[in-house]
Design a protein around this ligand. Structure first.
Ligand SMILES: [Fe+2]
Ligand SMILES: [Fe+2]
Length: 434
């Protein structure tokens, strides 16, 4: 073993006598190997959704972009993000960072004296759910707010696909739920500007110490999230009027042993929701076992990106040996197809089924690079599932853009009537900062 890693790694055998190792991840974050001077943020005013693809595109400074060499944990990010809604002194937030003359000029263009549209906290006695695009859903009661897989358009502008943006988020988010460690479910661009309003982050526990499955708890703590709760399968977190339980998430990780993936079961009063994310229901008996414990649910949110990228698209750099093309393309990041989705519906008997997490919204192009046609497998599969559910008398839809749903949470009002309310109208702000 290279000398440099000594004391940070334990060498082991598995029960088949294959050699393996584990890292002491918590120590590595306090070592020379965690170098937060490599982190930086870049800010610019945008008027459209066109962005270079996130994983492969170098960022080059230009005259309208402010590139700040600051770590993700820096309090400037909280201070400036807070000013999107609360007025403040530019000089105060400016004093938190070093800027040269050129940068200062760009920085000053970010601010306005026009206040944003006011946000009205939900005060009703129902459960309000808002779909922000992809797998991001905000669940609010008058007592608690929960944001699943935050991926929020951080700007709004007039577009044929209307959207909720960060302006539609409450001032306090009690819990953020993270389903798994793929870049369309954990996006720093959304998470860091929301950090000042997030009270708790719930993440799935990992393998601890393996390269392909880093600890999300340690990662979030390191970048400045103070209250991070690690949840394991079938463990629950109780909040004011809801219980959230981690549910096994299977597959969709190229058959690698990655455990930091969880579906979530959320119960508010008698109302039960299952967020399945990208779990690929390859063995439906898993969810039969789970059904025996949690019972039927009212709503299922299911991702159906059933083609999926090949293993090397995401995990290639971690492999020590080349993988044949055949193996690479058979080990994919694929979610549930029609049959697997249908099996989930048959198991949990939901009243409503929403296909989500399809990467289709125009503001996601820079992370998903997906371009579907009517002939694409995920579209065919999800159309079939929606049709199947409708045949069964269920409400079903593939979500796109934005959606608001309202539900009763009490037993004596079991007639769940979703109020569908696609919101229209231009957003008042098209700039990045107030
Ligand atoms: Fe995924
Ligand atoms: Fe996904």
């Amino acid at each position: 073993m290279p000398d440099i890693l000594k004391g940070y790694v334990e060498l082991v055998y598995d029960l088949n006598n294959n050699p393996s190792y584990r890292f002491f991840e918590a120590l590595l974050y306090n070592s020379e190997f965690y170098n937060d001077s490599l982190q930086s943020i870049s800010m610019w005013i945008t008027e459209n959704d066109d962005r270079p693809f996130v994983l492969s595109t170098p960022r080059v400074d230009d005259e309208n972009t402010l590139h700040l060499e600051i770590p993700f944990s820096h309090n400037f990010i909280d201070a400036v993000s807070r000013m999107k809604r609360e007025g403040g002194f530019v000089s105060k937030v400016r004093s938190l960072i070093d800027l040269d003359k050129k940068q200062e000029k760009v920085f000053n263009t970010f601010f306005t004296e026009t206040p944003p549209p006011p946000y009205e906290k939900y005060e009703g006695d129902k459960v309000r759910m808002r779909y922000f695009g992809h797998a991001c859903i905000l669940i609010e009661t008058k007592d608690v707010s929960v944001l699943v897989d935050p991926l929020v358009s951080y700007y709004g502008y007039q577009h044929e696909v209307s959207r909720f943006s960060d302006m539609d988020l409450p001032d306090t988010i009690d819990y953020v739920l993270i389903t798994h460690n793929h870049q369309d479910h954990i996006l720093f661009e959304t998470l860091l500007p929301l950090r000042h309003k997030i009270k708790n982050v719930i993440v799935p526990g990992s393998n601890t110490g393996s390269l392909q499955d880093p600890s999300l708890k340690l990662m979030f703590k390191q970048i400045g999230f103070n209250q991070v709760i690690e949840l394991r399968e079938m463990e629950s977190v109780e909040m004011t009027d809801a219980i959230i339980t981690g549910i096994p998430f299977i597959g969709e990780h190229s058959d690698l042993n990655i455990q930091s993936k969880l579906c979530y079961h959320m119960q508010i009063g008698e109302f039960k929701i299952l967020f399945v994310a990208d779990s690929c229901n390859i063995e439906s008996r898993l969810y039969d076992h789970i059904h025996k414990i949690v019972g039927d649910v009212d709503l299922i949110f299911l991702g159906m990106e059933c083609d999926g990228a090949p293993l090397t698209w995401l995990y290639g750099p971690l492999l020590t040996e080349d993988l044949s093309r055949e193996k690479d393309s058979s080990r994919r990041l694929a979610g549930s197809n029609y049959e697997r989705g249908k099996a989930l519906v048959k198991t949990f008997h939901p009243k409503e089924v929403y296909v989500y997490a399809m990467g289709m919204e125009p503001w996601l192009k820079f992370i998903s690079s997906i371009k579907y046609t009517d002939e694409s497998n995920p579209i065919i599969a999800s159309n079939k599932l929606v049709a199947y559910c409708e045949d069964q008398g269920l409400i079903a839809e593939r979500l796109f853009g934005e959606k608001e749903l309202l539900y009763n949470s009490t037993l004596d009002e079991v007639d769940i009537e979703p109020i569908l309310n696609n919101r229209f109208g231009p957003f008042l702000t098209s700039d990045l900062h107030v």
